[in-house]
Design a protein around this ligand. Structure first.
Ligand code: G3P
Ligand code: CA
Length: 283
């Protein structure tokens, strides 16, 4: 019995790793204000495997969950266009990011008075949550940083320190993937935590794909590549998987797209509508 235990463990782990993942994009942006506790609450109710969220940093170096590097007046009221980096957490907390319905999402329900959460608040909320799924759900955490806009985010090494510090403090290293379009932040995260899972985000199909896609993931030590689903082709999926890289595209919202991606054998889908994806998978 003793000798088969390690084998069983490996089999269990590899089946857990290869399981198809439902990822709730910005929580569940199609239904609730993006990157807010109501959206994360809904994602939990939908039993997503992974909650996807974006990070920025305030003037006083607090890590906050927000997609844009400047306050977006389409979805938040107060301080339109101000950079996160020029506002303190106290100033960010005065902004309402739940009162406006995002016009791109018909079914989205506004929740007036909703504030931008910090990463610490998010983890405290999840740890105290009575839903048993809160103990199982994992996190896909994106560092929002652009090499061409150095004043809008901390230097990559500092961003990585702040994020890894929070993951260590909350004991969430094993439940998290760090993703980014800015590979500098992935490299810095890897320097601090060699075993932390990384996902390389790719917006446009690079020349030389699919091999260049494989090279991109390998260059940063990412075992996941998350491409824009709009240009992805089946040959990309196959080449990446053959190289041992999982493929989890964003942001797919229609049943037609779920169908196509699933047929190609992707390892998961990042969607604004985890409810739609769960219903599709059940059928
Ligand atoms: O997870 C990938 C996806 O979130 C990237 O796009 O702009 O929605 O952060 P964006
Ligand atoms: Ca994101």
């Amino acid at each position: 019995m003793k000798s088969i235990l390690p084998v069983l463990l490996i089999l269990l782990l590899s089946s857990a790793c290869s399981r198809f993942e439902v990822q709730g994009h910005r929580g569940a942006r199609g239904m609730w204000p993006e990157n807010t506790i109501p959206a994360f609450e809904y994602a939990l109710e939908q039993k997503v495997d992974v909650i996807e969220l974006d990070l920025g940093v305030s003037k006083d170096e607090k890590v906050v969950i927000y997609h844009d590097q400047r306050i977006n007046p389409l979805i938040c009221s107060g301080r339109p266009g101000a950079a996160l980096m020029e506002l303190t957490l106290a100033e960010l907390k005065q902004i309402d990011c739940g009162g406006f319905k995002n016009p791109r999402f018909e079914e989205q329900v506004p929740v007036p008075g909703t504030k931008i959460p910090t990463l610490d608040e998010f983890f405290e909320w999840i740890k105290a949550h009575p839903n048993p799924w809160a103990r199982r759900v994992r996190f896909n955490i994106e560092t929002k940083s652009e090499p061409t806009e150095p004043t809008l985010s901390p230097p990559p090494a500092r961003f990585a320190e702040l994020l890894v510090g929070a993951l260590r403090r909350h004991r969430m290293l094993n439940r998290s993937v760090v993703q980014s379009f800015d590979f500098r932040t992935l490299e810095e995260v890897r320097r601090l935590e060699r075993n932390l899972e990384l996902a390389a985000l790719v917006e446009f199909r690079p020349e030389g794909a699919p091999q260049s896609l494989v090279a991109m993931a390998k260059q940063v030590g990412a075992r996941i590549l998350s491409p824009n689903h709009e240009w992805l082709v089946e040959a990309d999926v196959k080449a990446l998987q053959k190289a041992g890289i999982r493929v989890i595209p964003w942001t797919a919202n229609s049943v037609d797209t779920f169908e196509r991606l699933k047929q190609w054998g992707v390892d998961g889908i990042i969607t604004d509508y985890p409810n739609r994806l769960q219903a599709f998978l059940k059928r």
